[in-house]
Design a binder for this molecule. Sequence first.
Ligand code: HEM
Length: 440
Amino acid sequence: MTYYTPGPVPLYGPDFTDDPNAVYVRLRQYGPVAPVEIAPGVTAHLVTDYRAALDLLKDTETWSKDPRVWQETLPPDCQILPMMKWRPNAMFNDGEAHQRYRSVITDSFSRIEPHHLRRQVATAADQLISEFAAAGEADLVGQYARPLPLVLFNALMGMPAHYGPRLVTALTGLFESADTEVANKGDMDFEQYVTELITLKAQQRGNDLTSWIMDHPAALGPEELVNQIGIAMAGGNEPTTNLISNALSRMLSNPDYYSTLTNGALTARDAINDVLRNEPPLANFSAHFARRSVSFHGTWIHANQPVLVSYHAANTAPDGLPAHSVRSGGGAHLAWAAGPHACPVKQPALLIATAAIERLTSHLCDLELAVPRRRLTWRPGPFHRALAELPARFTPVCADGAGTTPGTRPSSSPPPEAIPTPKPPVGFATAPRKTPSSAP
Ligand code: HEM
């Protein structure tokens, strides 16, 4: 077969941000592996084919996750480094070192009881909803989906609540890789947060993730500790935000989910499955480096050069199955990657996203988009599929002060089974809308 061969295709510009599917169509013309530019002047290869992606993700003999030889070839202030440079954590190591780091993550997260996690999500959700419920409108990215995982992680890690906003600013900056200065500052601020967290827990352990990670039999050294906590929070935050907001944007713009939020046929979990397949929160990642020069699915890859996997492209054209179909149950997809480095926190992440959406829609059951979905804007960057904003409106709801009534609006569906609400911290009661609603 003859493949298309002009130069690398940029993944950081407006073309990719506005219409990634069109760029993936173009990339597929190169065959299963295409040349891309992940930042100005930084080239890589991107796997767009499902089978080739699995071959790469599972073949640890040929591929390494260690970027150190490659990163030496980049300028030290390169904007891609905060996301891709080597660190002593699960993401960037192979073999036994990887196993050791990964076991710290899996063992520690497995100690969180699902019912406890649901309660923690509900607490974080209620706190955030109470901040905008009376306004009748909100940006569900900036005011909900972005801060929620961070408020939650801050609590799961055992930090006082007032540390939450610092985390939001630092990690938002780190993922804003289009601006080198902001990304580097976010990186430094985040390291500082984690250092303070460890200092606090070194003085007094608690029933929290940080203490479990510190006391894990792997006996992490100080730098390893910072980096394991770092990957759990930085690695988990951005994709969870995107999973929540991308799913919400689908629910709010598709009458199959509800004609009002409480009587549709499809559920939050259906929206999440739809996103995982058709718009994965982490769109392109799994950077691997060839241990030696190799021909891979028809493309010559030089030793130590980066090859990334497009979960999005691989998912949306797997073996000729139609793209963009809502499939109950989700089916096979690569949104969590595959092989030894597949996301180790998949079940908790699914629980967090589902509970966050259900909590929001049970409080604000007439939520609707304030602009048509096609006019929503997306954040630039090669790695994530992230809404910049998700403007929504709803009937204003006032805190009732009693602390016991999550929502007094009549509802045709039972409260979400997933979220026990013994005594939520904030109660709400409906208030009249300030502005009349009009269809988007
Ligand atoms: C509680 C939230 C989450 C946490 C703590 C978390 C943590 C992690 C960690 C530690 C890794 C590295 C594993 C390794 O290299 O062995 C990882 C990998 C990964 N995670 Fe998650 N994650 C979370 C949520 C998500 C979500 C919502 C998605 C997207 C649906 C996601 C997708 C991935 C993918 C694709 C990888 C592979 C990345 C690579 O190898 O480059 N994660 N995650």
